[in-house]
Design a protein around this ligand. Sequence first.
Ligand code: EPU
Length: 364
Amino acid sequence: MCIFAYGSAHPGPEMNMIKRKSNFSLKEMNTFRMDVKCRQYIEYDSVADLIDIDFEKLPTPVLNLGQGSNILFTGDFPGTILWSRIDFIHELPAEDGLYCGMPDGTVLISVGAGTEMDKVCGWAAEKGLWGMENLSHIPGDAGAAAVQNIGAYGTEFSDATVMIYCYDTEEEEFTHFRAEECGYGYRDSVFKHPGFKGRYIVTHSVLALSTDRGPQLGYGHVEEAVMQAAGGKQITPAVVREVITGIRRAKLPEPSETGSAGSFFKNPIISEDRFNEIRRRYSMEIPHYPAEEGIKIPAAWLIEQCGWKGKTVGNAGVHPAQPLVLTNATGKASPGEIIKLKDLIIKSVQDKFGIMLIPEVEII
Ligand code: EPU
């Protein structure tokens, strides 16, 4: 059965399954594999379930968790963890009003917040649809992707976003935000900010894919690798997906083997004056990219320059192939060890370059 209530454009099975647990271990629910507990845990698998949860009575704070792939728990969580298993991918029918004004070749899909992002990317590639292929192999669910505005290889989640559907826990009603109302920026959205955070729970998103758009290969050596993989044949979303997956596998730790939360820091953006000053001081070539408010410098490069690449401190490590990623190197790292390593790295980058690294990972 499909429901079209609770706003629109979000079909999904109405199974009403809510599981509740107390003092629940979150070890399997965060990719850093931190062994912490939450006071209450609620798992739900349909949009309708949210109506049955009495948010006023839940132990606070309330945190909606996807796969916990961008989070560092610093200790037991005193409130409620909500885990969305709203898992569906559904193509919107051609007569849906959201197609109005969309370019030819657009295919709109509705994706449940608890759907794995890589499943969405695989689904799109299999159907020959462009738009998700560069986001392949990023851990985490589509709901978190909408909040975090995940990005890789020149594509951000927001590039495809048409509408984000949410449950408003204060008004206890369903609502939605058009892409331009979501305040999307580099790893940023309104959903991360006061007034929205904790109030709105993403239930599903409508994304625009395309049969026509073609590949986006402008980032680094992606074009070269894709050309090689295609071997003179047509470049398809599936070919790009395979190449991106390969690049990520080579650079980033496999979540099933080594705990991490992907990039730990954001790439800092500094003013052009500041950039020129640093370049003069060190008389060295610094990798950089133009950004909206200045110049973006890869945090990986700054961290490597400070000698951290491949280093470990206790059980916490700096990934040898991509120093932007901090790891639970031995599987036994405590939150304190990761925090200590983070602080040491921030200090050394600050001391050497006068640049303050800001964590991308949510530290709770
Ligand atoms: N670099 C080094 N040493 C290294 C690795 C990289 O100096 O060992 C420098 C190089 O100059 C390289 C540059 O860093 O050209 C960029 O490296 P990379 O392409 O690996 O990307 P990144 O900027 O480090 C960002 C995202 C990643 C995303 C990649 C690819 C952030 C915080 N991270 O990393 O996203 O996969 O670009 O688009 O923006 C994540 O958010 O968890 C994540 C993995």
